[in-house]
Design a protein around this ligand. Structure first.
Ligand SMILES: [Zn+2]
Length: 76
């Protein structure tokens, strides 16, 4: 019976592996994985690297907020 069960176990492992999302990059906003099929902004950062950020306001704000200096415009 083991000879029949083992191929079935291997088969189900392969199917599980195929369901795993393909990680493309890391979002520089939320620092979570970016997986295939997600909407992202891809651009060249100030350091010359190609980077990706999720296409949502939270990730963009976190990314910009980490790079930029916060100020109140016009208030010197
Ligand atoms: Zn993100």
């Amino acid at each position: 019976m083991k000879e029949i069960e083992n191929p079935m176990v291997i088969d189900s492992l392969w199917r599980d592996r195929e369901k795993e999302p393909e990680v493309i990059d890391e979002c520089l906003g939320c620092l979570e994985d970016i997986v295939a099929g997600e909407d992202v902004y891809k651009f060249v950062s100030v350091t010359g690297e190609t980077v990706r950020v999720h296409q949502n306001s939270e990730c963009c704000q976190q990314y910009i907020g980490a790079l930029a200096v916060c100020e109140i415009a016009g208030d010197h």
